[in-house]
Design a protein around this ligand. Structure first.
Ligand SMILES: NC(=O)c1ccc[n+]([C@@H]2O[C@H](COP(=O)([O-])OP(=O)(O)OC[C@H]3O[C@@H](n4cnc5c(N)ncnc54)[C@H](OP(=O)(O)O)[C@@H]3O)[C@@H](O)[C@H]2O)c1
Length: 290
């Protein structure tokens, strides 16, 4: 069994008094009032009590890893140009996943290499979010150790999405200097603890987090058992160069020969295939009705 993330598992260094509840977010969690900018100052999400067991499942965000890869397991090719692995229908599916999320996270290398907007593209989905009292697009989140961030990257554009940069402590001041008022820079510790980042996001009201890569981030999230679901799209071609970025690097993953992940869905979308894996007991299966 995959352990359900539990506030009791949070490292003592990240513990502090409970937060006050704020309004509900798209994923049904509560947005707290004033966010501090260090995960070490961050209050943990409310601990569940017997009268509100639903909060047990939202102590940490529900995390969906989303990724497109080639048949030979690469996220990209070794050229400076971004490799498009998906097709229009699948990009639209990913857009719907974004619209259903409270935040989207990518590693800083993906910002440098791909310069993604990370916005909801569909006008109808944007309008639907706004009608629910949400920003048109989810919060954008990145991780960095070196603060090698370009404030003119589209991640930091003056759009309607909130931006959060989780930065390792030694580069904190550099990061704040680089991005100025374009993003909130949060001290993620040294080394950066992803569970602490998840906890901080939960306290900011993020109930559903979409992790869109790249390989270094996927590797850490999967190895730390911090994902609930993997949506893996396989494109019908090979990259054929080990200089390209793989879906994951070397790590001790919790799913292995002895402990197999549950394949929850296989869906052909034009010339690509979507594989959905349930990685935790919290996995949401839309094909199951109550
Ligand atoms: N096919 C797809 O679905 C897809 C999706 C996204 C990306 N990609 C591709 O993936 C490639 C990029 O992947 P990548 O593996 O090179 O990099 P990445 O995972 O996007 O980002 C790695 C960077 O994130 C920061 N980081 C990661 N873990 C951290 C931690 N625990 N604490 C603090 N900072 C941390 C570091 O940034 P600093 O270096 O700034 O310290 C690190 O260099 C690109 O080629 C891109 O095109 C493909």
């Amino acid at each position: 069994m995959v352990p359900v993330p539990d506030v009791g598992d949070i490292t003592p260094a990240l513990r502090s008094p409970r937060t006050t509840r704020g309004p509900r977010t798209s994923a049904g969690t509560h947005r707290p009032p004033a966010p501090p900018t260090s995960v070490r100052e961050r209050p943990t999400p409310e601990a569940p009590d017997a009268s509100d067991l639903s909060d047990t499942a939202v102590a940490l965000p529900y995390v969906v890893l989303s990724c497109g890869m080639s048949i030979d397991g690469y996220l990209d090719n070794p050229t400076p140009q971004r490799l498009l692995l998906s097709n229009d229908d699948d990009f639209d599916r990913v857009d719907a996943e974004r619209a259903a999320s409270d935040a989207i996270l990518v590693g800083a290398a993906t910002i440098r290499h791909d310069d993604p907007r990370l916005l909801v593209r569909s006008a109808a989905r944007r309008a639907e979010r706004v009608a629910r009292g949400l920003p048109a697009s989810p919060t954008k989140v990145t991780l960095t150790r070196r603060a090698d961030l370009d404030p003119d990257a589209r991640f930091f554009a003056a759009d309607d999405a909130e931006k959060l940069v989780y930065c390792a402590s030694p580069a904190l001041e550099a990061a704040r200097h680089r991005v100025g008022d374009r993003a909130t820079v949060v001290d993620a510790g040294h080394p950066c603890d992803l569970r602490g980042v998840w906890t901080d996001l939960a306290a900011r009201g993020v109930g559903r987090l979409m992790v869109e890569g790249g390989g270094a981030v996927h590797t850490q999230v999967l190895a730390a058992d911090l994902a609930d679901e993997l949506q893996l799209v396989v494109a019908p071609f090979f990259v054929g160069s080990s200089r390209a970025t793989r879906f994951v690097g070397d790590a001790a993953f919790p799913f292995n020969e002895q402990r197999r992940a549950r394949l929850a869905e296989v869906r052909q979308i034009g010339d690509v295939v979507l594989l959905r894996y349930a990685l935790s007991p919290r996995f949401e299966d839309p094909t199951v009705t109550a």
